[in-house]
Design a protein around this ligand. Structure first.
Ligand code: CND
Ligand code: ZN
Length: 379
């Protein structure tokens, strides 16, 4: 504790992974992290997962301001807090929230809302005062998605962090900061999957497998995994998929294959957990033409557009999106951590690799090559 307190109010020099421009690897350098300003919290990051959303920035598909410190799926310890912060204290174990919860905007107050208005800041890569606490050789570095956790220390707004059970293992519960909650909640909250229903999950990565877990928890009787990488099938079945199909094995479109598999009815619920416009449309076309619901979870490239026949939804289908699994982040993350600690769901099957922070580029290579589900970087 003494060592934690001793840095309060001072600039911290630490290691961080900076991305200078798209299509370039991370470079691990020493940065300066300024003390938190009013209503901000400085966090010592303990673990941070490798999510495809970070890779979308690396590939150039998702446009952000550079240079940037990516990472949005983490767990850590509060090092110090700025003036006026009452929700957390130094020494608290916390999860940063890439979707904040201010509690007072229209979305936070709406029973169905979870996309806090402060989320918009996430696209600028800046904190509420229009700057960040990260500098490299005197130049400002952006954060990512209100968090920026590929660094030994980060500073976030108090609405973007929540205290969790002190006993929770950071290298596991970091997944509650994004992948697990996003997929699981897409099934439970956004689709509201019902017992006995048939579901199809397009994309069996960390988020898609979490959607599989959510469908199973909701009592779905058929859970069909769809992926072009058949190496993902054994794990998907272990986690609740009843069947898996590879679109590359068929001559006809995958939505027709799914209709054939369901006696011409289509599935009740489909989920796109890849981030491609063609699979978003295919997932929509795979659900029942009247009462089917399709949920977009994948992040499509910035500025991409979809053209589709209105007939696809005219007959009654529901097409919707889901950010952070529809959870109100501050309210839900501590409860999800408690549920994990209570054995309600497992995170271990999602974590295929645990690597030291220095090996961040390897973590992203594993993701791109399809060899990992989730890699967790530990600090
Ligand atoms: P990951 O890359 O681990 O999984 C994607 C899966 O899709 C892989 O198994 C691929 O083999 C598979 N795939 C790729 N192309 C196709 C295709 N044409 N047809 C079928 N399968 C295919 O990614 P992840 O699980 O980390 O993330 C999945 C998406 O979710 C990604 O777009 C990410 O940015 C997004 C996401 C959304 C949110 C949210 O709040 N909505 C939060 N985090 C991540
Ligand atoms: Zn994510």
């Amino acid at each position: 504790m003494a060592s934690i307190m001793s840095t309060a109010g001072k600039v911290i020099k630490c290691k961080a992974a900076i991305v200078w421009e798209p299509k370039k690897p991370f470079s691990i350098v020493e940065i300066e992290v300024a003390p938190p300003k009013a209503h901000e919290v400085r966090i010592k990051v303990l673990a941070s997962g490798v999510c495809r959303s970070d890779d979308h920035v690396l590939s150039g598909a998702l446009k952000v301001n550079f240079p940037v410190i990516l990472g949005h799926e983490a767990a850590g310890i509060v090092e110090s807090v700025g003036e006026g912060v009452t929700c957390v204290r130094p020494g608290d174990k916390v999860i940063p929230l890439f979707v904040p919860q201010c509690g007072v905007c229209s979305s936070c107050k709406h029973p169905r809302g979870n996309l806090c208005k402060e989320n918009e800041l996430g696209f600028t890569g800046l904190l509420n005062d229009g700057t960040t606490r990260f500098t490299y050789k005197g130049n400002q570095v952006h954060n990512f998605a209100n968090t920026g956790t590929f660094t030994e220390y980060t500073v976030v707004h108090e609405n973007s962090v929540v205290k969790i059970d002190a006993a929770a293992p950071p290298e596991k519960v970091c997944l509650i900061g994004c992948g697990f909650s996003t997929g699981y909640g897409a099934a439970i909250n956004s689709a509201k999957v019902e017992p006995g229903s048939t579901c199809a999950i397009f994309g069996l990565g960390g988020v898609g497998l979490s959607a599989v877990m959510g469908c199973k928890a909701a009592g779905a009787s058929r859970i069909i995994g769809v992926d072009i990488n058949k190496d993902k099938f054994p794990k998907a079945k272990e986690m609740g998929a009843t069947e898996c199909v590879n679109p590359l094995d068929f001559k006809k479109p995958i939505n027709e294959v799914l209709f054939d598999m369901t006696d011409g009815e289509g599935v009740d619920y489909s989920f796109e957990v890849i981030g491609r416009t063609d699979t978003m449309t295919a997932a929509l076309a795979s659900c029942h033409n009247n009462y089917g619901t399709s949920v977009i979870v994948g992040v499509a490239p910035s500025a991409s557009e979809i053209t589709f026949s209105p007939a696809l939804i005219f007959t009654g289908r529901t097409w919707k999106g889901s950010i952070f699994g529809g959870w109100k982040s501050k309210d839900s993350v501590p409860r999800l951590v408690s549920d994990f600690m209570g054995g309600k769901f497992a995170l271990d099957p999602l974590i295929t690799h645990t690597l030291p922070f220095d090996k961040i580029n390897e973590g992203f290579e594993l993701l791109r090559s399809g060899k990992s589900i989730r890699s967790v970087l530990v600090f």
